[in-house]
Design a protein around this ligand. Structure first.
Ligand code: SF4
Length: 223
């Protein structure tokens, strides 16, 4: 039977390894500035299903063209697409316009997941990412890269629906620390993008490696 959990000793050790890796390999993306509140929220929408490197120049122009929510709310969808169109997923343009309209005149962005999810374009992932990165509120992140990583750790099969399985969030909840959740979550995003990559995970140089990872153990044993 496939395992869906880890011993608490392994949870603690894997958390420490991810935190340590994250501190040494933090990626300086411009939207990670914690003071960029509403731009940080818009960036999370731009980052969905999109490579971070591609978002970098688009985000710079976005901030330049739409310094305040009202600038975004007043823009036409064509004007928004002119900035973000190169990223594809054009359905984001009307959502961003509505987000700008919704945030216009508001003193602050909601600090609860339920409140955030009432905003256009904000679902569980975007809301959770904003809370941990811009509101200093612990949140558990579940995205496709992170799900792939956790399934590899346990030697489990995964597909596009695995993220909805309860054990995934439960295990990530156990792994996410109370006090360094922001460092941990940034580390997870960077680690699963750059080390535990989609097609060729770098198991040979991975600090988790064969000791804690079923998939890594198999790969390293077969090399
Ligand atoms: Fe990913 Fe390989 Fe590291 Fe496991 S050992 S976490 S599969 S890179």
């Amino acid at each position: 039977m496939e395992s869906s959990s880890l011993h608490h000793r392994d949870v603690r050790r894997i958390r420490e390894i991810v935190l340590s890796w994250g501190k040494k390999n933090y990626q300086e993306y411009p939207w990670r500035d914690p003071d960029r509140k509403w731009h940080g929220l818009a960036a999370e929408i731009l980052l969905q299903r999109t490579r971070a490197q591609n978002v970098v120049p688009v985000y710079a122009e976005f901030v330049d063209r739409f310094p305040e929510p009202e600038d975004l709310g007043r823009a036409t969808e064509e004007e928004i697409l002119d900035v973000i169109g190169s990223l594809g997923l054009h359905w984001r343009a009307p959502l961003l316009k509505k987000l700008g309209q919704e945030l216009t005149g508001k003193e602050s962005i909601p600090h609860t997941l339920d409140g955030l999810k009432e905003l256009p374009g904000v679902g569980t992932y975007v809301g959770s990412a904003w809370l941990t990165f811009h509101a200093e509120k612990r949140s558990v992140l579940v995205d496709s890269n992170i799900v792939r990583w956790i399934c590899r750790l346990l030697g489990r099969e995964y597909d596009g629906e695995t993220r909805r399985e309860g054990w995934v969030r439960n295990l990530l909840d156990r792994l996410t620390p109370e006090d360094q959740h922001q460092t941990f979550n940034y580390a997870l995003l960077d680690f699963t993008m750059n080390v535990c990559q989609p097609t060729r995970p770098l198991c040979e140089e991975c600090p988790i490696g064969a000791e804690f990872c079923e998939h890594g153990r198999e790969r390293l044993a077969s090399d």
